[in-house]
Each structure stands twice: as structure tokens, then as C-alpha cells.
Design a binder for this molecule. Structure first.
Ligand SMILES: [Mg+2]
Length: 284
């Protein structure tokens, strides 16, 4: 039996919560510009002094560059309000004792910066490495780089080495003007499938996801907001909504995104607290 999910307006969310968390893609922006109502909403939040943060699985752009890009779209967002999954590499490398190691990267220039800022040595996929980060699906010659990484991984696994595999952005797809695009999570699945076929049952051949639906990114948002009385506004059930549920905060699923509510029927952590029709204020 399906649980009915109450519909809420953006105005009610503003009143009800201390701070608002937004997913970026599919909620505030698409690939080439802002989504309807996004600029006006953020301007309003700014006027109201209502704290808000973007919680985004990207590790393809540093927060400063992302902020400039969003500002170019007309969104009033500062770098300090953007929490990226790339910024989780630093605490992860510390905890997993990976600082100073050679890290191969599938991703653009900014993924290299994230890895260096996290204290590892960023190397291209054609060089020898101790660990692998998939930062994005673009910004590198795709097939050559994936082949180089696979070859090196097989060489290492054949020798019995262990190689940490790290995935800041576990998203599989994202919406784009012409339909959908494949995201870095899908690239990781491809590599995992090859490794699982070659090394059946071997532990340590799965990628460690860092971004949503893992909770570390929400913990960082709560730290910056100074409150846990937060609502996460997202368009994807399995990352935005599920991650918020795991962290123990409320969530609102915006309609028209990747996930529609017909997909429901999973565990309670997949259920949004609310449905949200859009970012525009409701006129009565
Ligand atoms: Mg999204």
C-alpha cells in the first residue's frame, strides 16, 4: 500500500525550517541555465535572511568555480554556500589514511584540484597509481582513460594488491535538454562489472561512494547551517531523498525531475516528507 505524501508549498517550507538545502541539478539549474523560479527564490531567501545551501554531488567543479557559474545564471550564491561531494575527499583521505598516495583521476581539472587539496598526489590515468577517484564522466578522453585505468587495475589485482576505489558522485544519470545523460556512478558500475567478472567474490572491488545518499555531505550542511532543523529539496529519490532520510532530516521531492512518485514502494528512507510542485510562490 502506498503512503500518501502531502503536498507543500515553498512558502511553507521557508516558514517551517531554519535553513533550506537544495540539490543543484534538476532543482535550481539545468546544464545551461537556471530552472524557472530559482533566481527569484534565492533572492527572496537572501532578503529574508533565511540560510540556504546547495548540496551537490559534483566533484567536477570547485565551489568557487561553481559559484561563479551559478552567479552567471543569475543565482545569488556564494562559494561558502555550496557543499560539493568533492570536498568530502579531504576528510575521507584523512580517515582512510590515504594522504600522500598517488591518485589516478577520471575527471576534469577541478577534480585534480580537489584531490591535491585533500593531500594526495593527483596523476593522470595513464600513470601508475595507488588509488582511483572517478570525479566526473567528462573532461578526459573517455575510452582511452577508462581502458588505461582498467589495465592498471587488472595488473594490480592480479598481483594481489588492494587499490582504494573512490566515487564522490554516485549519481547514475542527470536530466539534460535532450533527455538524460550518464553520470560518473555509471562509469564506476562499468568498471566494477569488469572487476567482478574477473575476480568473482573478491572483496575490495567496489567503489566507496562519498556524496548523496551517504550522510557525510548532510552532516557538513548541518555543521555550516548550525542546525539540524533542515529540509532537503531534491529531484532524485535514491540520492537526495534517501540521503536526507538516512541523516534524519525532512525532505521535499520536486516534481518533474528524474524520479517521479510512481517509483515509490521502497523502504521508508526513500519516501520524501513532502511533494513540492515548484519553486514559485503560490498565489491564491
Ligand atoms: Mg538533481
Amino acid at each position: 500500500m502506498k503512503t500518501p505524501i502531502p503536498v507543500i508549498t515553498i512558502d511553507e517550507l521557508i516558514v517551517r525550517y531554519d535553513a533550506l538545502l537544495f540539490d543543484a541539478y534538476g532543482v535550481l539549474v539545468h546544464r545551461d541555465g537556471p530552472l524557472p523560479g530559482a533566481c527569484r527564490l534565492l533572492e527572496r531567501l537572501q532578503r529574508l535572511n533565511k540560510p540556504f545551501f546547495l548540496v551537490t554531488n559534483t566533484s567536477a567543479r570547485l565551489p568557487e568555480r561553481a559559484a561563479r557559474r551559478y552567479q552567471g545564471f543569475g543565482l545569488p550564491v556564494e562559494a561558502g554556500q555550496i557543499i560539493t561531494s568533492g570536498s568530502l575527499l579531504k576528510p575521507y583521505f584523512e580517515t582512510a589514511n590515504l594522504r600522500g598516495r598517488r591518485c589516478a583521476i577520471l575527471g576534469p581539472e577541478d577534480t585534480f584540484r580537489y584531490v591535491e587539496q585533500a593531500g594526495a598526489k593527483a596523476v593522470p590515468p595513464t600513470e601508475d597509481f595507488d588509488m582511483l577517484v572517478i570525479g566526473d564522466q567528462v573532461g578526459f578522453p573517455f575510452l582511452e582513460s577508462v581502458d588505461a585505468v582498467l589495465s592498471r587495475l587488472i595488473e594490480k589485482f592480479d598481483r594481489g594488491d588492494s587499490v582504494p576505489l573512490i566515487l564522490p558522485n554516485p549519481d547514475l544519470i542527470y536530466p539534460k535538454a535532450s533527455g538524460f545523460g550518464m553520470t560518473s556512478g555509471a562509469v564506476a558500475l562499468m568498471i566494477e562489472a569488469v572487476l567482478r567478472q574477473r575476480y568473482p567474490g573478491r572483496p575490495g572491488i567496489g567503489f566507496v561512494p562519498l556524496g548523496k545518499p551517504e550522510t557525510a555531505i548532510f552532516a557538513e550542511a548541518a555543521r555550516r547551517a548550525g542546525t539540524r532543523h533542515l529540509v532537503m529539496i531534491g529531484d532524485q529519490l535514491d540520492t537526495d531523498i534517501r540521503g536526507a532520510g538516512r541523516f534524519g532530516i525532512d525532505s521535499a521531492l520536486i516534481s518533474g525531475g528524474v524520479a517521479e512518485l510512481d517509483f515509490l514502494g521502497h523502504a521508508p528512507e526513500w519516501l520524501p516528507t513532502y511533494r513540492l510542485a515548484g519553486l514559485e510562490p503560490v498565489r491564491t
